[in-house]
Design a protein around this ligand. Structure first.
Ligand SMILES: Nc1ncnc2c1ncn2[C@@H]1O[C@H](COP(=O)(O)OP(=O)(O)OP(=O)(O)O)[C@@H](O)[C@H]1O
Ligand SMILES: [Mg+2]
Length: 279
């Protein structure tokens, strides 16, 4: 008898707070994974389409054609595996184009909420991805800055883990806490397998208030749940989003940051392995 296929980890990158680095972390993990030879599927569940653009997803220029080739068109009423028809490669070239595929978002994605009342509506992304993910080592789902909305429900229903980028600031930590509370409260309805993967500290400085906030993050994520590799705020990291390119292409400082971001990716893999063992 054939054993069932081993599916790649599905990671939702989420935090209630806006502008905190969700799409930045999604892009960083996708690029780092590609650099060590992994194949990655990036699902853009944010109608802003930031990760779609930042990975230079190869989408049609014409607005109507672009909408028809985006997640909204698929998720309205998906057949099993229908996401396959809109997957498009990363436009960076080389290993990135070979290894990163994107399910692109368009503005219409927000309209899905209008049909959230249909039976099993929150399972639509899971259904659309069924059978599509076997060729990948990792699935990343970039979430919008929301907590109680339909795109979040779709993303979390399709995910195994939520990883949160978080700044070491009061409001950001509160937002991470709300994500955890919602998972504890609603995972039995959305997805019983869903777990907090961990927290990745972004824009960290070695100052006492930031250390205090990181201790609070450790209480939210549990032992070992905060990535020890903390991401600083430096101008070169903005290049990834501004110029839509991998950080390794931003000179020697960029190459150093690419190495740091690969360490962050390695931590997420180790963390997932540890959580699987403990389950
Ligand atoms: N460590 C960092 N150093 C420098 N710039 C950063 C860093 N982290 C994020 N940024 C920049 O901050 C901006 C906001 O980040 P990003 O868009 O990833 O946040 P987000 O949480 O996805 O936002 P939204 O809630 O709108 O989806 C981007 O321009 C990004 O490049
Ligand atoms: Mg974003």
């Amino acid at each position: 008898m054939n054993s069932p296929p081993v599916l790649p980890p599905h990671i939702a990158v989420a935090n209630h707070k806006g502008g905190i680095g969700k799409s930045f972390l999604t892009q960083s993990l996708a690029v780092a994974a590609a650099e060590i030879g992994h194949r990655v599927l990036v699902v853009d569940m944010d109608a802003q389409g930031n990760i779609t653009r930042r990975l230079q997803a190869q989408v049609p220029a014409d607005p109507a054609e672009r909408a028809a080739a985006s997640l909204y068109a698929v998720l309205s009423n998906p057949a099993r595996g229908e996401a396959a028809r809109i997957l498009t490669p990363c436009g960076y070239g080389g290993i990135y184009t070979d290894r990163i595929m994107i399910a692109p978002a368009d503005l219409d994605l927000e309209l899905l909420a209008l049909t959230a009342g249909q039976p099993a509506a929150e399972r639509r992304l899971l259904r659309a991805l069924t059978g599509v993910v076997a060729d990948f080592d990792l699935v990343l789902i970039d979430c919008p800055p929301s907590l109680l909305n339909h795109q979040i429900d779709l993303a979390w229903t399709a995910s195994d883990y939520v990883f949160m980028p978080c700044e070491a600031e009061f409001d950001a930590v509160q937002s991470a806490r709300r994500i955890k509370e919602r998972i504890l409260r609603d995972s039995h309805k959305l997805n019983e397998e869903l777990r907090i993967g961990g927290i990745i500290v972004n824009r960290y400085r070695n100052i006492s208030v930031h250390k205090k906030r990181v201790e609070e993050m450790e209480r939210i994520s549990g032992p070992g749940g905060v990535c020890p590799v903390k991401i600083p705020e430096i101008a070169v990291l903005k290049d990834m989003s501004e110029y839509a390119r991998p950080i390794a292409e931003s000179g020697s400082q960029g190459r150093n940051m690419a190495s740091l971001l690969r360490d962050v990716y390695e931590w997420t893999r180790t963390r997932i392995t540890d959580l699987e063992k403990a389950a």
